[in-house]
Design a binder for this molecule. Sequence first.
Ligand code: DC
Length: 227
Amino acid sequence: MISVAIDGPSGSGKSTISKLLAKKLGFLTLDTGALYRAVAYYFLKNNIDYKTNEEVIKNLKNIDISVCHDKNVQLIYLNGEDITNFIRTPEVSSAASNISAIPEVREFLINIQRDFAKTHNVIMDGRDIGTIILPNANVKFFLTASPENRAKRRYNQLIKKNPNEKIKLEDIINSMNNRDFNDSNRKISPLTPAKDAIIIDNSSLSLKETVDAFLSAIKERATIETK
Ligand code: DC
């Protein structure tokens, strides 16, 4: 099996790039942020205090998460219910960032990620894929962009999805800065490039230029035939 790891901060374009690469290469994607979001969603939905570590740890045994793909689209199930469309809200984003700093939560989600890579050719994106989850990935990337670029992209995505909602760019910038800080400064598995990762800053690259940069590095390192 071939695995490509893509780590990077929120809004860097990891999931868009992953989907495009997966299509070109005939791989599946695993967006691991969705797993943390699913755990966070459980706590929000059941009104359980996710800011108290003991509460979170105690409840993990009640959570069953699974992933499947329908026509290459990743679906995520929480205790048998398809929650794919409920996990992209700002509340879930913020709660996911909180719970992802708890070592037991990270441990809880390790096997689902590693098992997926054992059974599929995968483009896996997250924060610690190249460093912790798949240290032997065939190719590792760290994708980043300036905070302004990332916030604007997230803003455009949200406006497109919810045209009637009042969304402020300033709020997105603030919440992105908070999440970046949490994700990069937590004690366990902080967001950091693997030593052998190829670093791509796409602040001034078009989508096509970014995909081409990935593809040429993958071809060079993993000698994969593109479709
Ligand atoms: O990529 P995302 O925005 O969907 O991720 C949601 C949160 O989950 C993010 O704040 C950090 C966390 N996360 C993580 O800690 N490790 C991963 N591999 C993926 C996401």
